[in-house]
Design a protein around this ligand. Structure first.
Ligand code: SF4
Length: 378
């Protein structure tokens, strides 16, 4: 394959093949990598222009008590273990109110899989109450909540269908889902990373069911651990196929792609030792984001680096490698920070705007679903 031809092909309507994406992902020559960066930056410019968006949001991780044991997770605790917590509804409301006071348009809510989180024996009733606790007080707030794994957990706990869980969550006020728990959509890797999690097809089923119901999701890839480059590309291929089928059905599907490089510093030692480093390799993340931009092409136009995992400086650099969104203010990030991430747990709007301006681009506050929000910061 010729690099120039492959890069040219990424701009054609049919886009890159898996083999071409793999070819790009494998480049190690500095000049070749520089050309991939330029092409990704050009595609970003053609698809979404020079604006870099961000969302003012607050994370609420309502519990870290979890009955699973993912090998990368430093967040989970057993019930009664040191550091275990479970917010009550008043605490959830107080955190929501605090987020609103700081201008949040979105609450991003995810938690551990806690079998005790039930009302009247029903897991769904508990999750619905979480949503209503926020929506009853703030009807216009966008609730971006519950990973495909959590949706599957509720359905399994209650012995009901995914459709019922998603329909009732949507009716209660959930507006979109985080596309987390995808990790790497390649079964042998997945079985080692998160053996108790739903499998690849299970993840796809939840996401496609949500999409069909008009619930958009984000899409993610957990990179930089035991997966190889071919498996990253296979994962991206699954995401592209899901988006193509969403568009064929006339629904939004994925709002964005987010790369989540593995952070091992405080993560369980078994995987950390196998990976052999504590923090992400920025160069690896940047090339992966550029290839993701070129491969996902017009199907997923918004690309977001994780400032929590890469630091704000790293995320700012990713804006030159095909990214056009800096994500959220978060206000209270737990999950990755507990793994030892160095980006911090919150950023204010001024931090995000400054990074965007330093990158020579135009900041724009957005909603969760990428509508512009009038700037209110002086
Ligand atoms: S990643 Fe999620 S499901 Fe896995 S152990 Fe951590 S909290 Fe539990």
């Amino acid at each position: 394959m010729q690099l120039t031809q492959v890069l040219r092909h990424s701009f054609q309507p049919e886009g890159l093949t898996l083999a071409e994406a793999y070819f790009l992902m494998n480049q190690r020559d500095a000049q070749a990598i520089a050309e991939i960066r330029v092409a990704a930056d050009q595609m970003r410019s053609e698809l979404v222009g020079d604006t870099v968006t961000y969302v003012v949001n607050r994370n609420i991780n309502f519990t870290n008590i979890c009955n699973q044991h993912c090998s990368f997770c430093a967040f989970r605790r057993d019930e009664g273990e040191d550091g275990a917590y479970w917010l009550d509804f008043e605490q959830v409301l107080a955190k929501t109110q605090a987020g609103i006071a700081l201008g949040a348009t979105e609450i991003c809510m995810q938690g551990g899989l806690n079998p005790a989180a039930k009302i009247g024996g029903s897991s769904l009733t508990y999750y619905l109450k979480l949503v209503r606790t926020m929506k009853d007080h703030f009807p216009h707030l966008h609730i971006h909540a519950f990973s495909p794994q959590e949706v599957d957990f509720v359905a399994t706990e209650d012995g009901i269908s995914l459709e019922q869980v998603l329909e009732e969550l949507q009716a209660a006020g959930v507006g979109s889902l985080p596309g987390t728990a995808a990790e790497v959509l390649y079964e042998p890797v997945r079985r080692r990373l998160c053996p108790e999690k739903l499998d690849t097809q299970g993840w796809v089923n939840v996401v496609q069911t949500a999409h069909r119901m008009g619930l958009p999701t984000t899409s993610t890839l957990l990179s930089g651990h035991i997966e190889n480059l071919a498996q990253r590309v296979i994962h991206l291929g699954i995401l592209k196929a899901i988006q193509q089928s969403a568009w064929a059905a006339g629904v939004t599907g994925f709002t964005e792609f987010i790369l989540l490089p593995y952070v091992g510093e405080q993560a369980p030692p078994s995987l950390r030792h196998r990976v052999g480093r504590d923090q992400p390799v920025l160069a690896d993340a940047l090339l992966t984001m550029a290839v993701a931009r070129l491969f996902l092409g017009r199907w997923v136009v918004n690309h977001q680096p994780s400032w929590v995992k890469l630091t704000l400086a790293g995320a700012r650099e990713a804006l030159d490698w095909g990214c056009n969104d800096l994500g959220g203010t978060l206000m209270e990030e737990h999950i990755t920070s507990m793994a030892g991430a160095q980006g911090g747990t919150c950023l204010d709007v001024q931090d995000l705007m400054q990074a965007i301006i330093q990158a020579g681009r135009t900041p724009q506050q957005r909603t969760t679903l990428y509508q512009s929000v009038a700037l209110t910061i002086s």
